[in-house]
Write a protein that binds this ligand. Structure first.
Ligand SMILES: [Zn+2]
Length: 317
């Protein structure tokens, strides 16, 4: 048994050696692929797999892209606070068919305050963030803010004053600003020391029609000529006068706070700033009045994210 076994082993060894030499020769001549040799790929494969694994590990260690939400359920008129880490450039965040540019807040760290319009239908939605080939989705909920509905009856014959193209165009272009610099730091202060007279978000139906508008700000019952203060640092993006066509908004100031956050002051009697001025928190910017469509002296204060009106109280609390 022993000699025959030896013989077979020798024979097998010889065959293997010959085959190996033949394969080496084929490889050297670059002919292996033409012969469809099964052994060749198995020898190469582990090396490729190893290098791929190494690459995947090093990429992951360098930039673990991820999105987090401060809250996954917010009310109408509020916003989702979206943080993205590990990104090389400003990601885009999508909500309810609209996209929002996230702003740089640190090393590879970005943030977007995504507004939920006050008349958004309550229910389930998705927040999606995207940059390069990366994408992440988080399911979210919009809750009904249960703001009261005002039923307003207007005499159809009564001619109502409509906003001019000038005020619509100038205000909407200021709302489109996406300033990379963040001027406002920390919490806002109130722009008036007067008592609040009407909260944000009260929904309105005209002549028993659908609820299709709402109060886009917070009102203060300030006396004629009482001071209006900047609630946070910013840059004056717009001033408009009633006599120059701001017939609905009246004398107006709009402040850009950076990162697509802005605030607006309406019905003023006096404006102390001009477009391009830098303002600081607590600085007097104007005086309360009743210019434009206003039943009496008051300050209307609105806050906007990416041009969408959100509750000013969110920035003060
Ligand atoms: Zn108002």
């Amino acid at each position: 048994m022993q000699p025959s076994e030896n013989y077979i082993n020798k024979k097998t060894f010889l065959r293997t050696t010959i085959l190996f030499s033949f394969l080496s020769l084929l490889t050297a001549l670059n002919l292996a692929s033409a012969f469809d040799i099964k052994q060749a790929p198995t020898e190469v494969k582990p090396q490729v797999a190893q290098s791929q694994a190494k690459a995947a590990v090093s990429v992951e260690a360098a930039a673990p892209l991820s999105m987090t939400l401060k809250k996954t359920a917010v009310q109408q008129g509020q916003y989702f606070e979206v943080d993205i880490t590990g990104a090389e450039k400003n990601p885009l965040v999508w909500f309810n068919s609209e996209s929002f540019l996230a702003f740089k807040v640190g090393d590879k760290a970005y943030k977007a305050l995504v507004p939920v319009e006050n008349l958004t239908k309550p229910g389930g939605y998705v927040i999606l963030a995207r940059t390069g080939g990366w994408e992440e989705r988080i399911p979210v909920k919009v809750l009904d803010n249960r703001k009261p509905i005002q039923y307003i009856y207007l005499d159809p014959d009564k001619s109502s004053l409509e906003a001019t193209n000038k005020e619509i165009n100038e205000i909407s272009s200021a709302f489109r600003l996406k300033t990379e610099e963040k001027y406002a730091q920390g919490k806002f202060s109130y722009p008036s020391t007067a008592v609040k007279s009407s909260p944000f978000g009260v929904k309105r139906s005209y002549n028993k029609g659908p609820v299709d508008s709402y109060h886009k700000g917070l009102d203060f019952a300030g006396k004629m000529g009482s001071p209006v203060f900047a609630p946070a640092d910013g840059k004056v993006a717009l001033t408009g006068l009633e006599k120059d066509g701001f017939q609905v908004h009246g004398n107006t100031i709009l402040i850009d706070h950076g990162h697509a956050l802005s605030s607006i002051y309406l019905h003023l009697s006096k404006i102390d700033v001009k477009k391009g001025d830098m303002v600081t928190k607590g600085q007097k910017i104007g005086e309360v009045g009743h210019t434009g469509i206003s039943t009496g002296p008051h300050l209307h204060w609105g806050t906007y994210l990416y041009g969408t009106s959100v509750d000013p109280e969110l920035f003060v609390k």
